[in-house]
Design a protein around this ligand. Structure first.
Ligand SMILES: [Zn+2]
Ligand SMILES: [Zn+2]
Length: 477
């Protein structure tokens, strides 16, 4: 055992609840040198935290390395802001994420542009900042460790959350001048995590990783729900609406969810459950680009999933095509972005569908506080809703399901932890405050974890080879 007095990592999360993911890890080595590794740097989407998007509570030129867990804007959308403010190092991610990220950043630039123009505010970053950011991207294959420098080794493991999503293992090593080896500090970031994916088989974390003494930074989006609590209603809801000739709008996330729902519709057609004459549309530039990428590149998807488009399907590529779907009384299924309903074509479509008693709006995933989806969830039939500035009466059916969620449920999160033999510290994050509490309490009771904490802006955790050294309060609010 080496002298541990000056070998530790201070880990803090800048995000409070689900969006705006960013972890700053400041590593202090026994020779007093320091390295800072940022894991993810995303935009906040909960309206109450949107002001935090403009803040940069650290100096980007002090960050040595950046790692990205997956291609969601609430994990990546502030990377160009980081580069604009002085970050010049590499941005490491999986090979698939490296293919997907250019589309995402271009889109988040466009969304920020519209928001800045609407609010008459300066824009967070320019398209030149996006171009510059893309020059720093480095894609790595799964399970092939790479070194950030001679002390920090990173390995990416497959994660079912999205194509290209990873669980990150960071092994921090030190050997002093007399060749004395210190015990490694091992950090695991689950990122947004799912144990399965419709399009590819998730390769399990290898045994050698389970045998390491580790600190695990784990998400808890569905920390209060077990997989057995899920009601499988989506197929019935959609097929019932089709049988009564409803117009159906399904808000989808552009990556993952859009393609998964198209794949489900194809399966229902193949099984004879869904009439192939019902037109199916996909509206949303980014969702269309990702769908092309799935078809052209295959990403990490299984051979049998490479062609997943249903019959009688078309892309909505112009406003007039969108308008003619809105005007038509014909039964159809329209998938449109964004998944929480607040951005993209859903801004135009939701008010029009919501006032139509012959329409169904079916959300398919988590809707953060302050989003359109959450407002519709909270209001009753017949109530007036504020829909992006329009006052609209809720006359359509509005339904929700968590069954095609991209996140593991609490029991599956516990299952993820179980095979790790030496869980020194588990830090729960990425969930509403209530869900993080419920899940962290389960980790205390149901797993043999030495220490359990909730990672956020209030505390940072000083971690060494034996797990937790101490907690310290932060200056962040
Ligand atoms: Zn997330
Ligand atoms: Zn995500």
């Amino acid at each position: 055992m080496g002298n541990l007095s000056r070998f530790y990592a201070d880990t803090i999360a800048l995000h409070k609840e689900v969006t705006g993911s960013a972890f700053i890890n400041t590593i202090t080595f026994p020779d007093s040198t320091r390295k800072r590794v940022l894991v993810d740097f995303g935009l906040y989407q909960e309206s109450e935290y949107s002001e935090l998007n403009k803040s940069l509570p650290f100096d980007p030129s002090n960050i040595d390395y950046v790692i990205v867990t997956h291609n969601h804007v609430d994990h990546t959308g502030k990377l160009p802001f980081l580069v604009k403010n002085g970050y010049r190092g590499d941005i490491h991610m999986s090979e698939s994420t490296a293919k997907l990220l250019p589309y995402a950043l271009e889109d988040s630039y466009n969304v920020l542009k519209i928001n800045a123009e609407t609010l008459n505010e300066p824009q967070l970053y320019s398209d030149a900042d996006v171009t510059e950011t893309l020059k720093h991207i480095k894609g790595h294959p799964f399970e092939e460790g790479f070194w950030l420098d001679e002390n920090i080794k990173v390995t990416f493991f497959m994660n079912g959350h999205l194509p290209g999503a990873v669980v990150v293992l960071m092994q921090i090593k030190y050997c002093d001048y007399s060749n004395k080896r210190y015990d490694d500090i091992n950090l695991i970031f689950t990122g947004d995590y799912n144990n399965k994916n419709m399009f590819f088989d998730v390769k399990p974390i290898p045994k050698w990783v389970h045998q390491l003494p580790v600190t695990i930074i784990q998400e808890a989006t569905y920390g209060d729900m077990n997989s057995t609590d899920i009601e499988y209603v989506f197929e019935n809801n959609i097929l019932n609406a089709v049988s009564t000739k409803k117009k159906i709008l399904i808000p989808v996330f552009s990556l993952g969810r859009a393609q998964e729902v198209l794949f489900l519709l194809k399966k229902w057609q193949d099984d004879g459950k869904l009439d192939k004459s019902i037109p199916i549309y996909l509206d949303g530039k980014l969702a269309i680009k990702y769908t092309w990428l799935y078809l052209r590149d295959g990403l990490d998807n299984k051979e049998e999933c490479k062609y997943f488009l249903p019959e009688n399907f078309s892309y909505v590529s112009t406003k007039s095509e969108r308008n003619s779907i809105i005007e038509s009384n014909e039964c159809s299924i329209l998938l449109a972005t964004s998944g929480m309903g607040s951005n993209g074509p859903c801004r135009t479509l939701i008010p029009q569908y919501l006032k139509n008693p012959d329409a169904l709006i079916h959300f398919t995933g988590y809707c953060a506080e302050g989003t359109m989806g959450r407002r519709l969830y909270d209001c009753q039939y017949g109530e007036i809703v504020d829909c992006c500035g329009l006052r609209v009466q809720k006359l359509a059916s509005v339904l929700f399901t968590s069954e095609i969620s991209a996140h593991a449920k609490a029991d599956e999160l516990i299952e993820f932890l179980a095979p790790f033999l030496y869980k020194k510290l588990v830090l729960v994050n990425h969930g509403t405050n209530e869900k993080k509490d419920v899940y962290a309490n389960r980790v205390v009771v149901e797993t043999n974890t030495k220490n359990v904490g909730i990672l956020g802006r209030e505390y940072f955790y000083r971690i060494d080879a034996y797990g937790l050294r101490k907690t310290l309060t932060t200056k962040f609010q």
